[in-house]
Design a protein. Structure first.
Length: 166
C-alpha cells in the first residue's frame, strides 16, 4: 500500500471505525482514542499491508482494541449493572425495599455467570445493543450471540428462582 492509498483508506475507513467504537463505548472521547490508535497502527504498517485488505484489518483492529480497552476500564472502575435501576419514591417503602432486594439479587446472580456471559448481558441490557451489533463488536457469530444470551438469561432465571424459593 502506498502513502496515497493509505490516505484514501484512512479517509474512507475513519467514519466506519468511529461508528463501531462509539457504539461499543457510547463515549466520543473513547471512540476517538480507538480510531487514532487504529489509524496509527495502519500508518506504521502502511508499506506492509495490502490495499484491498486494509479496511478489513482496520475493522478487526477496532473491535479488538475496543474489547481490550473495555477490559482495562472495567478493572479500573466496576459499575454494577443495577446502578441504572431506578426505584420511584411514589411506591410504598416496603415495595422500594423489595425492589432493592431484587436488584441486589440480580447483581449477585449476574456475578455467577462467566465473564463472557456477563459481557454479553451487559452489552444487550445496559448498552441496548442488538445481537447483530454485539456480533460486530465481539467477533462472535450472530447466532452464537443469541444462543449465549438466551443461555445466560436461563441461568439467571434459574438462580433467581432458586434464591426466591429459599
Amino acid at each position: 500500500m502506498t502513502f496515497n492509498e493509505f490516505e484514501h483508506i484512512a479517509h474512507h475507513v475513519r467514519p466506519v471505525i468511529l461508528k463501531i467504537a462509539y457504539r461499543f463505548f457510547q463515549n466520543k472521547d473513547d471512540a476517538e482514542d480507538v480510531v487514532q490508535e487504529v489509524l496509527m497502527k495502519l500508518w506504521l504498517r502502511y508499506g506492509k499491508i495490502d490495499y484491498g485488505e486494509a479496511e478489513k484489518i482496520a475493522i478487526i483492529a477496532t473491535k479488538n482494541l475496543c474489547v481490550s480497552m473495555a477490559r482495562h476500564q472495567r478493572l479500573r472502575d466496576h459499575v454494577p449493572i443495577t446502578d441504572n435501576l431506578e426505584i420511584e419514591s411514589v411506591e410504598p417503602p416496603d415495595a422500594q425495599l423489595k425492589a432493592k432486594e431484587y436488584a441486589a439479587m440480580l447483581e449477585k446472580a449476574i456475578h455467577t455467570l462467566t465473564r463472557s456471559e456477563q459481557r454479553l448481558i451487559y452489552l444487550m441490557q445496559h448498552e441496548g445493543l442488538n445481537a447483530n451489533e454485539i456480533a460486530i463488536i465481539t467477533g462472535i457469530h450472530v447466532h452464537s450471540v443469541r444462543t449465549m444470551v438466551a443461555l445466560a438469561r436461563k441461568k439467571l432465571l434459574k438462580q433467581l428462582t432458586q434464591w426466591n424459593n429459599h
